[in-house]
Design a protein around this ligand. Structure first.
Ligand code: AAT
Length: 285
């Protein structure tokens, strides 16, 4: 930490780095899989950093957690059983548990240390784990997927970036396993990079997704503390009739308030798939 600032320097986004002014290091340790850091930042609240990469901050985490959950859930006619891969902070479980009709939430996170640290320092996200619908399993998402077929309506891959333990979750065999683990007409949603800093990665993920799913889409939301201030979501459906642009489930303002949704709405859902021309062209969307 140079002069009280944390900088997210990484070869995944060469020559550009997000910086956060730090008031206090709340936790620092090395798990079996990665370096784990929790910071009290000056302007973005508490921040979780794994292997030097910002996973979420208190001030803007809701954008990512709501969108990666509600984009697929609202695109499925009746999601009952949901699997979350990764998501050790509990934020995605918190969001999925809000969705009416979801009966069972399974989650596979590789690193128990992330879960423990989140329960201790990031309870506003880790509260997701205390929902009775959530069944948490500690293990590798890729290995877990091999052992499951025809079980889930929606699978959300809330994984870290394609370095370290998450590499396998961005490769083609993983998408084939996702297909097998889904029920008929199932939907997947995966964390995908952005067209500003990771165009090659987004193209690769899209190619894998297209080779497996008859319907795919790529949407974005703004997350100030992620590289280039946004993040992408790769969606795939086994049902060729799925139209990701038009949510099947919509909520009134009152319902959105009750569910404590601060980013997602049906208008944001539609808008998230509207990409700038250069991105549409390079992704052939
Ligand atoms: N919820 C927002 C943050 C994340 S968390 C990513 C999680 O994926 C971490 O808890 C990490 O331990 C877990 N993970 C990594 N690899 C695997 C694996 N193979 N199996 C299961 N879980 C895994 C995402 C941040 C996005 C950052 C964008 N720059």
């Amino acid at each position: 930490l140079k002069q009280g600032w944390f900088s997210e320097i990484n070869g995944l986004w060469p020559g550009i780095a997000q910086s956060l002014e730090v008031e206090k290091i709340l936790y620092e340790g090395q798990s079996e899989y990665q370096h784990v850091l929790v910071l009290q930042t000056k302007s973005y609240g508490k921040a979780l950093v794994l292997d030097g990469i910002i996973q979420c901050t208190e001030k803007d985490e809701f954008s990512y957690q709501e969108m990666i959950s509600f984009l697929p859930l609202c695109s499925h006619p009746n999601p009952k059983t949901v699997l979350i891969v990764g998501g050790g902070d509990g934020g995605v479980a918190r969001e999925v548990a809000k969705f009416p009709g979801v009966e069972k939430i399974y989650q596979v996170e590789i690193d128990n240390k992330v879960v423990e640290v989140s329960k201790q320092f990031l309870p506003f996200m880790a509260k997701g784990f205390s929902d009775p619908k959530v069944n948490l399993h500690i293990g590798d998402g890729f290995e877990f997927m091999k052992q499951h077929s025809n079980e889930f309506d929606v699978i959300i891959t809330d994984s870290s970036d394609p370095v370290g333990p998450a590499i396998s979750l961005f490769q083609e065999p993983y998408f084939a396993l996702l297909k097998k683990a889904l029920k008929p007409n199932g939907i997947v949603c995966c964390q995908a990079g952005t067209v500003w800093s990771n165009l090659d990665q987004v193209q690769d993920t899209l190619t894998h997704c297209r080779s497996i799913f008859p319907k795919v889409a790529y949407g974005v939301s703004s997350v100030p503390t992620y590289p280039t201030g946004q993040i992408g979501y790769m969606l795939g459906s086994l049902n060729p009739e799925t139209n990701f642009n038009e949510p099947l489930k919509t909520f009134s303002e009152d319902e959105l308030d009750k569910m404590e949704l601060r980013y997602y709405s049906d208008k944001i859902h539609r808008a998230s798939f509207e990409l700038p021309r250069f991105a549409k062209k390079s992704l052939k969307l």
